[in-house]
Design a protein around this ligand. Sequence first.
Ligand SMILES: [Mg+2]
Length: 420
Amino acid sequence: MQKLFALVDCNNFYVSCERVFNPSLAGKPVVVLSNNDGCVIARSNEAKDAGIQMGQPIFQCRDLVSKHNVRVFSSNYCLYGDISGRVMDILSHFTPEMEIYSIDEAFLCMDGISGDPADYAHDIRHIVKKWVGVPVSVGIGPSKTLAKAAAVVAKKVSRHEGVFDITACAQDILSVMDVADIWGIGRQYSRFLRQHGIETALDLRDADDTWIRKNLKTPGLRTVMELRGISCIPLEQSQAPKKTIVCSRSFGRKVTDLDELKEAASAYVSRAAEKLRAQKSAASFIEVTLTEFPFNQGAPATHIASMDIPVATSYTPELISYAKALLERVYKKGPVYRKAGIMLSGIVPRGRVQASLFHPCHEGPREHVLMETVDAINARWGTGTIVCAASGSNRPWWMRQAHRSPRFTTSWKELPLVKA
Ligand SMILES: [Mg+2]
């Protein structure tokens, strides 16, 4: 049976999330900034029209911001993550077979739906907008790669009203699509392909199989098959547990003091350990990274220390003690630091932790229950309701978020107020 996929993509997702609770932003130019209020990472269509570029540092767009009265927001991942969960939940009611591809995109299996797939997609669009308030585009095609291509058309060509089925007209669309814009073809591959006269998606679709296999290997050939409408990349429904968990942030100000660095490292370990427990794993390796402020335009010096953990663990206080010890190893008095990071790896399922004859296990049933309780409280009452004292309370090093909107849906203190 012919396969059929839909790619549902939230339009300008972070900006759309900001607009859900602040309708006055509708139709206005809006941008969202990266951590520490550095660069533009999301733009409303109006901000795009005003000439603000993706990835541009905000200080470079000050003139455009004031000229067009652009509304600027710090990133609010608590809000975006929660809204994303709501959108994905709605999508899961339309089909049991779906793949959450990123925070704002999901592939849906459309096999066996009755009626016109485009009508079905319009229903999806309508319901997500009505129930959550986020506009989405839907691309439909016989393979994931073609559904991705269709979603671009759905988003860009307004007469399609957010839904585009590429099935009947793939040839026309691919002939005007740049080879670099195909899902799975990176910038590097597209440069190589262009050198060999392959400039559009259609050129790639019609390329010689043997040549593709030789130069782009099996994944490249898979993409070519997908462009021909033969589905080769199945939905990935179960999310495999992560093999490494990283938490790394730039500081909101310059940091020189070891105690402040220990607080930051403890906070990042806590976050990483929470993710570790959420996937029911334990880590047997920890690495701490400390980055200095760059001198004279040179590359910033980075210091790394790591250790094997004797008995794999997910117990936050134990991981914090390792992180602090590692930090003491790399820290030097004098340099100014701008960033710290924690990486946990050597990840194993929690039920299969190898005990050691020579080292005590610090994570017994009591510690399990303690961590489960802390995670449950933080999930119910908001991130950071209960923290380890080691991660500090004032947190002067915390990243800059001068323009963050309230965490409307994940913090009781920041619930929207309705005045009647
Ligand atoms: Mg998107």
